[in-house]
Design a protein around this ligand. Structure first.
Ligand code: AMP
Length: 192
């Protein structure tokens, strides 16, 4: 929604890794054991993916789910050189109980980028955008979710501190509907 509003290029590293996995590419094969267990994919693989994409991106972009470790954040800064000061990191804060519920409810279209909830999908049982088949993300089970949450707490919390210490962090509540969160984010950016 933000990329559309601001006309920016968009990359979700997680979504791209799942695409690579599905396509059976060399990157997908390397990432598979990590994705299956809910572990972070090694920095060198994700860095190569995100920075290569960034070279081709236009002036403005949104990276979703990246950087997730301190090394990824510092390498992104090295890559961006003096443009690094114009980067803002957005941390969406959601209680873990709500995250767990969202993961159980989440459905994705197997043909287009639609992501929503089981309840939204129920009316037709098909993707509301393209009519395609819906499925659950392969890593959206409870055990995997707990692993991902632990990885987030251990490895991604320091990334938030890193951006906070250079006044580049925006903390926004991620509670409520996507539209609620979208409005909160745009309001925060307007204050910048
Ligand atoms: P996401 O779709 O952002 O929830 O990411 C799904 C999974 O992809 C994560 O649980 C990680 O295994 C992997 N992944 C995505 N982005 C990164 C990243 N920046 N660093 C390491 N692993 C990542």
């Amino acid at each position: 929604m933000l990329a559309e509003l601001w006309g920016l290029d968009y990359l979700s590293t997680g979504k791209q890794l799942r695409r690579e996995l599905k396509a059976g590419s060399p990157l997908g094969k390397e990432a598979e054991p990590y994705l299956e267990r809910g572990h972070y994919v090694p920095d060198e693989l994700v860095l190569a993916l995100a920075l290569e994409w960034n070279k081709r991106a236009e002036d403005g972009w949104i990276l979703d789910g990246f950087p997730r470790t301190l090394l990824q954040a510092t390498e992104l800064d090295v890559f961006l050189k003096n443009q690094k000061d114009s980067v803002r990191a957005l941390l969406l804060e959601v209680p873990s109980s709500e995250l767990q519920q969202r993961v159980a409810e989440r459905r994705e279209c197997t043909s287009c980028p639609w992501t929503g909830t089981r309840t939204q999908a129920k009316a037709s049982g098909r993707c509301p955008l393209c009519g395609g088949e819906l499925g659950q993300r392969q890593d959206d089970d409870l055990k995997n979710f707990r692993m991902r949450l632990r990885a987030f707490e251990e490895l991604t919390s320091p990334v938030a501190e890193y951006y906070e210490s250079s006044q580049r962090l925006l903390r926004v509540s991620g509670a409520g509907t996507p539209e609620d969160v979208f409005q909160r984010i745009t309001a925060q950016f307007n204050l910048q």
